[in-house]
Design a protein around this ligand. Sequence first.
Ligand SMILES: [Zn+2]
Length: 74
Amino acid sequence: MPIYEYNCSSCGAEFEALVRSDTTPECPTCHSTELAKKLSVFATTGASAAAAAALPGPCGSCGHPDGPGACGFS
Ligand SMILES: [Zn+2]
C-alpha cells in the first residue's frame, strides 16, 4: 500500500498518509486538502522502514514485540 508524504500548504504540517485511489488525503492538523506531495514510498521501504530499524525490533522468529530473545525459548 503506498504511503505518500505531504506538506500542508495551509498550516505547514508534515505528515504521511496511506492513500487509496478513491480518497483524498487531508491535513490531520487543520483538515486542509491543500497539500504538497513530497515523495512516495512503500510501507516496507524508505524512511518509515529506516525509523523502524533504529528501534528494538520484534523477535525475528516469533514476532514477540519485546525484541529478539524475549520469547525466551533458548
Ligand atoms: Zn494543515
